[in-house]
Design a protein around this ligand. Structure first.
Ligand SMILES: Cc1cc2nc3c(=O)[nH]c(=O)nc-3n(C[C@H](O)[C@H](O)[C@H](O)COP(=O)(O)OP(=O)(O)OC[C@H]3O[C@@H](n4cnc5c(N)ncnc54)[C@H](O)[C@@H]3O)c2cc1C
Length: 394
């Protein structure tokens, strides 16, 4: 049986990032991905500055390569549109950033970028078209059952890292709790469009908190070549309680919200709406333990208000790599220290995210929060605060 120090299950942003960090630390590993690349992933395609931060930590040249790669569109701000139609817009073009704080890129391109920039002849191997089917914990490691074109095989790993996204295999195989719990799950749809008009010149990310959609939101993110990523999402408990059909709600918002409608007058959908789940950050998940850790969506790393999960997933990979290195050094393969580290790191985002998620249930409160944030001195203060924090990150 083949053996390795670390087996990573899933080659999305979280798994690929972990492979980058393990290469950097010269740690022997195998990255197993069930699909051929490039492959699509249902997403909003909004890339936040934590992605740039993680790329910088892998290698400043990699961050530069990302920012200048074809298909990556710099986005210099964002806009929250309140239920009463008022907008709260931030633009960072004059704040002296070397790189835009946000980018958009189809996941087909982002995920391919992260995979194709993995070092050749490094300390790890990438196995595409290979599906992990089961895990069997043993006293001295974990046996990973996998399937490829040549049949069924097994690999022995000192540690297994689940990075297989929202439909977890590792969680199930290890019998871990908190699998797809509705209060910590958002459901969302994506549709690619051509010909959406009215985007800000700085390619801002546009969020619409439409009354009909609360406690959820509609987004329109500009992409290269005048295309756009459009979608909507809502917390799963609200979907069940209100028996909402997101596919039916999408055209309602597009036809009835005056700010959305005007953007779509000449637009053409390039595909049918496609849905996927977003598991949100919660301490209730066991994301690290004896010889295993969960990163990215497999560990529910999505920020509960905005739904961003690419950057948090990549950050979880970076943090996990530190604990893997320590485990190999000390020969203590219990990765629960990774879980503690993650929750310390994201404590305030978890608190703020769920608090803001709650305001989505009360349109007048959301109107007030957005209205107050728009007052000159308050907006100035929050703008400067973001700039200061982000400058530290970039
Ligand atoms: C509609 C929608 C909009 C979103 N918008 C945004 C956004 O704008 N910005 C943002 O930051 N986040 C967004 N997110 C969240 C983001 O898409 C995820 O957080 C992100 O994809 C997580 O990356 P990951 O690597 O953990 O998982 P994934 O990207 O899902 O990658 C998992 C990989 O594992 C592979 N895999 C699965 N099972 C196996 C197996 N058995 N064996 C081997 N490989 C396997 C899969 O093929 C896949 O390639 C959105 C999500 C949705 C659903």
């Amino acid at each position: 049986m083949l053996s390795t120090d670390v087996c990573i299950v899933g080659g999305g942003p979280a798994g690929a990032t972990l492979s980058h960090f393990l290469h950097k630390r010269h740690i022997d590993h195998v990255l197993i991905e069930k699909d051929a690349f490039p492959r699509d992933k249902i997403c909003g395609d909004g890339i936040t500055l934590d992605v740039l931060n993680v790329l910088l930590r892998i290698d400043p040249a990699l961050r530069h390569k990302f920012a200048t790669a074809p298909g990556m569109l710099p986005s210099w701000g964002f806009c929250f549109r309140a239920p009463n139609g008022k907008e709260l817009r931030y633009d960072f073009r004059d704040d002296g950033f070397e790189y835009a704080p946000f980018y958009t890129a189809r996941r087909l391109e982002l995920d391919q970028f992260l995979i194709e920039t993995l070092p050749e002849n490094g300390s790890g191997e990438l196995w595409l078209n290979t599906k992990v089917t089961d895990l069997e914990p043993k006293a001295d490691g974990v046996e990973v059952a996998y399937q490829n074109h040549a049949g069924h095989h097994r690999l022995k790993a000192k540690m297994v890292i689940g990075a297989e996204g929202e439909k977890p295999v590792v969680t199930k195989a290890l019998g871990l709790p908190h699998y797809r719990q509705k209060p910590n799950l958002i459901a969302a749809l994506r549709v690619y469009y051509q010909g959406v008009t009215g985007f800000n010149e700085g390619n801002h990310l546009e969020f619409f908190f439409d009354k009909k959609l609360l406690p959820g939101y509609f987004w329109a993110f500009p992409l290269e070549n005048k295309s756009a990523n459009v979608g909507l999402g809502m917390v799963s408990t609200a979907i069940s309680k209100r028996k909402v059909n997101l596919k039916k709600l999408l055209p309602v918002v597009m036809e009835q919200n005056p700010h959305v409608k005007v953007m779509f007058e000449e637009a053409e959908a390039l595909e049918k709406p496609k849905g996927w789940g977003l598991p949100t950050l919660t301490k209730a998940r066991e994301i690290g333990g004896n010889r295993y850790a969960l990163i990215g969506d497999a560990g529910g790393m999505i920020e509960p208000f905005t739904g961003k999960g690419i950057g948090t997933g990549m950050m979880s990979a970076r943090i996990c790599s530190e604990h893997i290195a320590e485990a190999l050094e000390t020969k203590n393969y219990d990765l629960s220290s990774y879980a503690d580290h993650m929750y310390r790191y994201y404590k305030s985002e978890i608190r703020a995210g769920y608090a803001l998620q709650k305001t989505l249930q009360f349109p007048p409160m959301l109107n007030s929060v957005i209205g107050l944030s728009n007052l000159g001195p308050v907006k100035n203060w929050s703008h400067q605060k973001m700039v200061r924090e982000w400058q530290r990150w970039m």
